[in-house]
Design a protein around this ligand. Sequence first.
Ligand SMILES: Nc1ncnc2c1ncn2[C@@H]1O[C@H](COP(=O)(O)OP(=O)(O)O)[C@@H](O)[C@H]1O
Ligand SMILES: [Mg+2]
Length: 607
Amino acid sequence: MPPLLGCAEPLEGAHVSILRIYYRVIALLAPEKGLVILLALANLSLASVFFLEPWLFGRVVDSLASTDRTNAWRYIAWWAGVGFAGVAASVMVSLHSDRLAHRRRLAVIAQFFEHSIGLPLSFHGQHHTGRLLRIMHTGSSNLFSLWLGFFRDHLTTLLAILVMIPLAMRMNWKLALLMILLMVSFAVFNAIAVRRTHKAQGQVEQLHHQISERVGDVFGNVMVVQSFSRVSAEVAEIKNLVRRVLTAQYPVLRGWAWLSVANRAASTLTIIAIFTLGTALNSRGEVSVGQIVSFVGFAMMLIGRLEQFAGFISGLFFQTHSLNDFFAVLDTPAVLQEQPGAPDLPDDIRGEVVFDDVSFGYDASHPALKHLSFRIPAGGTAAIVGPTGAGKTTALSLLYRAYDPSEGRITIDGIDIRSVSLHSLREHIAVVFQDPGLFYRSIADNLRVGKPDATDEEIRAAAQAAEAHNFVVVKPEGYATLVAERGRSLSGGERQRLAIARAMLKDAPILILDEATSALDNATEARIQRALNRLTENRTTFVIAHRLSTVRNADVILVLKDGELVEQGRYDELVARGGLFAELEGQGRFVADAEDEHEESEAEEPA
Ligand SMILES: Nc1ncnc2c1ncn2[C@@H]1O[C@H](COP(=O)(O)OP(=O)(O)O)[C@@H](O)[C@H]1O
Ligand SMILES: [Mg+2]
């Protein structure tokens, strides 16, 4: 970690980014432009009050000192008018700025959520949910406080300064210069503090993210942590991170403490200097007592405002990094280059799928798929086999565009899947994932993910077909039973059966079954198999399979090894060829059906 004064980041760098971020923060208010302008005008009137009051103060003192008191009355009447206009403006500001800030915060949370769940899987692979949640929460609360500050203080301060400087210059340029000196020193002190602590604060922010990631990760794996008796070790890790945050944070705080001392000193010196210079000028008849009073009033007000402004700058400084992270997520391109105005995939597709020389790698150096080419006729079934890690899941994930191939193309009915809208493509493909992700919702709601408007009857029918109904009805609340996070309250087989029911409800023309029945016992699997066979009729189906009957009946078997398609053909051809498939077959890698093992007769499997 760099020492407090050791950071050589260019001054402009930190400043420009702070200003640019502030601009973006305010730009997020654009949807309520009208109200924002109204509030800005109210602020303008408040600002006028701020500089008119000390000026009137000076005039009243001077009028009292003169023989004619009528002027004094006039100024007092003015003061009353100005004061009440100020009250009205501040009521307007405080009433509406709060509501506006709350409204925009919630809108921005929704926007962040919508955007980030649409982001490609590669993004989510790099961002732990713990980190994303923190970015969302910290980012939106920082925006909230900046918006409020903008309406309550910043704008007024800026306008007050802009208006007061020319006015003060007119009254007495010597005293005015003193005040400008005060402002410049505030600006310089702030710039120095930002420059010297910017990088260190970035590290603090990163460490905070790490804490969130780690906490989120441990919460998600509580079972592992407890069973490996890692509780104290995990706590120690967090405490270690906390210590590192403090070690990184203290120098930053020290820098900003020095800043406030410097600011205070500058203020005190300015007031003393104004009195000293004012006294000297007064004895030479260059300023009146009232003008000195006005200037001290200006200076006091300016100091108050500048201190507030310095507070705002430091607040903004501490928030820059988290706002940067927030905007970085919003700036991540929403989808894998969806062509603007891409048409939908027609509803009546037949479902012929062609992979044409498709290559893909999660990272550039290690291709996961190399030059895959195959064609599955509409309504056909492809069985994909191969050792674990061969790229089976990856190959199929390209079909629903979890990722795009680095080379080659994939077509459905001759239409390049990259030329149609992502939404319509995914509407046409139902997937039973290898790891059946379930939501922390009721069983019924989990199934409705497949078909949002499914009736209770449909849900029940799908669950029955997937052999899930029987275990669901014995749960305490049946279909209303809450499923724990990631389905942890269900057995592996129960999760898979819900995942199958969910895909059945989706009723899409293309079906992907990624080891969909791997966690089931042979008898249950055989029973589901009948429903699956019915489901796959007239649907283009990809099965990553370990069942003999599936492989035997497939229209084409694709044999993958190390990301390459080493063999393809029908069962008999491949066995006869004596290649990798024959080898896997010979090793007994494909499980025989339950009927072969003398299971109950209902487990029979239609060939
Ligand atoms: N999200 C990912 N990021 C990086 N590498 C991955 C990712 N998913 C899978 N892989 C790697 O890609 C290869 C193929 O994985 P996968 O398609 O899941 O194999 P299979 O389904 O055939 O068992 C493996 O080496 C795996 O480690
Ligand atoms: Mg897999």
